[in-house]
Design a protein around this ligand. Structure first.
Ligand code: IPM
Ligand code: MN
Length: 356
């Protein structure tokens, strides 16, 4: 029996998790497994109900579960709030309190979607890379931070990029371990030509690499990496980088697949794990049944593979998604000529129908 804490959040987060939950239930039935699903609120929805983006009760529920499935948080309604109580805090707090230092964002292009990308098919066909983002350090959490008013009445805004050797070591180990199961190439991305913290990052990764002589290690500055990702994305296997650079590069890499609506993610720590689509709450299409549930559905696949140790279920989810795409079903974000436009709900149903 597995206990899954489901936190749909806001906007389309609510719509895509409905489809993921139906899929989990279908899998449970098919494979005679028991998944205990516990749902609760986070983000703007929690701010409206309790005045805070996540309550201690929900945080404890997340900690007590085997795994967390999250939709998305945020929306224009809560944008003016203080940073300490914005919807995004729920996510950051979950990551921090659960110790989820490693964020895996695999970028794989389904061959039936090569034409959905804004890049030429020959550039994107066959892409299979992994952005490994450090998730609980760097400028997202570094101190000092905040806005202060100076004696002359002007204001100063501060955030601090901080990395310690243990923080870099653990994410570097993760990168090499992942690479060993892939094409044995790690690219560490930094800005070591300008930032001292990046120099420490790079030196630490080089040290850790000594334990992984079978894995090839390269380095790239983040500006160059942003360019290389659209110039020749097939050169990459595992890209390991800081919290902020990983946030930016993974959105860029997502578009190689045609839509950010296709990208799943896993956030892993020593004891806990959380799975979520890389996309946000998309308030512009919320409530219209137009969202692409595949990123969340593929996140369930990652959950089966990395946390619940059910790789055959992960395979069956991925295969079902592939079949549905090959059959021509498309949500609006990946729609192209000659395909059949479907809603979020219909896409979810198609995946379940195609499970073997
Ligand atoms: C992501 C998101 C989050 C982040 C936001 C919503 C806090 O953009 O998961 O990539 O910046 O990490
Ligand atoms: Mn992001």
């Amino acid at each position: 029996m597995y206990k899954i804490c489901v936190l749909p959040g806001d906007g389309i987060g609510k719509e895509v998790t409905v489809e993921a939950v139906k899929l989990i239930q279908a899998l449970a039935e098919k494979h005679h497994l028991v998944f205990e699903l516990e749902e609760d609120i986070v983000g703007g929805t929690s701010i409206d109900a309790h005045g805070v983006p996540i309550t201690d009760q929900v945080l404890n529920k997340a900690k007590a579960a085997d795994v967390v499935l999250l939709g998305a948080v945020g929306g224009p309604k809560w944008e003016g709030l203080d940073y300490a109580i914005r919807p995004e805090r729920a996510l950051l707090k979950l990551r921090e309190e659960l110790g989820l230092f490693a964020n895996l964002r695999p970028v794989k292009v389904f061959s039936s979607l090569v034409h959905a990308s804004t890049l030429k098919p020959e550039i994107v066909d066959g892409i299979d890379l992994m952005v490994l983002r450090e998730l609980i350090g760097g400028i997202y959490f570094g101190e000092p931070k905040g806005v202060e008013t100076l004696p002359d009445g002007t204001q100063k805004g501060v955030n601090t990029e901080v990395y310690t050797t243990p923080e870099v070591e653990r994410i570097a180990h993760k990168a090499f371990e992942l690479a060993r199961k892939r094409r044995k190439k790690v690219l560490s991305v930094d800005k070591a030509n300008v930032l001292e913290s990046s120099e420490l990052w790079r030196n630490t990764v080089v040290d850790v690499a000594k334990d992984y002589k079978d894995v090839e290690l390269d380095h790239m500055y983040v500006d160059n990496c942003a360019m290389q990702l659209i110039r020749n994305p097939k050169q990459f296997d595992v890209i390991v980088t800081t919290n902020l650079f990983g946030d930016i590069l993974s959105d860029e890499a997502a578009m190689l697949t045609g839509s950010i609506g296709m990208l799943p993610s896993a956030s892993l720590g020593e004891k806990h794990a959380m799975y979520e689509p890389v996309h946000g709450s998309a308030p512009d299409i919320e409530g219209q049944n137009k969202a692409n549930p595949l990123a969340t559905i593929l996140s369930v696949g990652m959950m089966m593979r990395y946390t619940l140790n059910l790789p055959e279920l992960a395979d069956s989810i991925e295969k079902a998604v592939e079949k549905v795409l090959e059959a021509g079903f498309r949500t609006p974000d990946i729609m192209s000529e000659g395909c059949q436009l479907v809603s979020c709900t219909e896409m979810g149903e198609q995946v379940i129908k195609n499970l073997d």
